[in-house]
Design a protein around this ligand. Structure first.
Ligand SMILES: Cc1cc2nc3c(=O)[nH]c(=O)nc-3n(C[C@H](O)[C@H](O)[C@H](O)COP(=O)(O)O)c2cc1C
Length: 329
């Protein structure tokens, strides 16, 4: 059964394997997503570098970018064989590079092609196949465009839909602007759920806190947080208690870091640079004395060649007290 209630969004350059291990130490239940990987990279690239992940990350979904059914099926199968728990297709990313490659948000205009890709992936793998899309692009009517896309992929076998609740404007806005400027329309996503009650619908876009997340859960099956989860990771300490009614794996950020030390030491021994991991910790401490000193210490010392785990230990020592997550996460 696909647990849809809470997930951390796929974010290029952000949700790499180190970030996901960090997030997993704060919540056992959240679904975690990889950065988008193109079918071409998976089929022709260095698979163990691109797809390798730590067993602690489960449940973890691989996000694919592509539109060619045969390539999607091949890449999905490779992902399944690597042990991923879900394959997700990106139909929401607006970048130019992606547009030229005919994948991402521009596929909102090609629902039949997307459905064909989903059907091919469903034939190739046993794990769930999901689609992450927008409510529409450019001058599309979201009532129609989202409906047509959703019905097509569901008929093709998609196990859930994740909807970033705004349009992508493909002409004129940068990818970053496309995450903020087109207005959010949560009601459009609620209507999709009401029209397709049997299909898991996950809402994404602009959800800033767990309080907001819980309000959405009255209307849809799940919430996906992107920037709030990455930039303010302390919020994740409250996901298991507040969303699932279960104890969190760790109650303080200091405990999270202690639990992550063996992973960090192992990665350092394999040649991973400390900064590749500690760059994800910038927002770890919030509203506690020493949070700024922690960030500064990591920024100044974490990037040095040969920086070891003591840099992180020293940074943590600058934070006062036990640094419990604020309740109003
Ligand atoms: C740095 C960054 C990289 C992103 N990369 C991806 C990506 O690879 N695939 C994708 O589907 N969405 C990507 N997104 C979009 C997010 O998954 C999400 O849909 C968007 O940020 C809106 O959610 P939020 O307001 O909770 O951040 C990215 C967002 C950010 C901030």
């Amino acid at each position: 059964m696909l647990e849809t209630r809470f997930s951390v969004a796929p974010m290029m350059d952000w949700t790499d394997r180190h970030c996901r291990v960090f997030h997993r130490l704060m919540t056992r239940r959240a679904r975690l997503y990889t950065e988008m990987l193109t079918t071409g990279a998976i089929i022709h690239g260095d698979r163990s570098r691109l797809l390798g992940f730590d067993p602690s990350e489960h449940p973890v979904a691989l996000q694919l970018g592509g539109s060619e059914a045969r390539d999607l099926a091949t890449a999905a199968k490779i992902g399944e064989d690597f042990g991923y728990d879900e394959i997700n297709l990106n139909v929401g990313c607006p970048s130019d590079r992606v547009k030229d490659g005919r994948f991402g948000a521009c596929l909102m205009a090609e629902p039949a092609l997307v459905a064909e890709g989903v059907a091919a992936m469903k034939r190739a793998v046993k794990i769930p196949v999901t689609v992450k899309c927008r409510i529409g692009i450019d001058d599309q009517d979201p009532e129609l465009a989202l409906d047509v896309l959703a019905r097509g992929v569901v008929a093709a076998g998609a196990d859930a839909l994740i909807v970033h609740a705004r349009k992508a404007w493909l002409n004129g806005l940068s990818p970053k602007e496309n995450r903020d400027i087109p207005p959010l329309d949560y009601n459009r996503v609620y209507r999709l759920k009401a029209a397709m009650p049997g299909v898991p619908v996950i809402i994404n876009g602009g959800i800033a806190s767990l309080g907001e997340a819980k309000q959405h859960l009255a209307h849809v099956d799940g919430v996906m947080l992107g920037r709030a989860a990455y930039q303010e990771p302390w919020r994740l300490l409250n996901v298991d208690p507040e969303v699932f009614g279960e104890a969190a794996p760790h109650t303080t950020m200091k405990d999270v870091f202690e639990a992550m030390m063996p992973y960090i030491e192992d990665q350092l021994a394999r040649g991973t640079r400390l900064h590749s991991m500690t760059r994800h910790f910038v927002g770890a401490f919030h509203a506690v004395p020493g949070a700024r000193a922690f960030r500064r210490h990591l920024a100044e010392n974490g990037v040095r060649a040969g920086a070891g785990v003591n840099v992180l230990r020293d940074a943590i020592a600058l934070v006062e007290g036990r640094a419990v997550a604020p309740m109003a996460a």
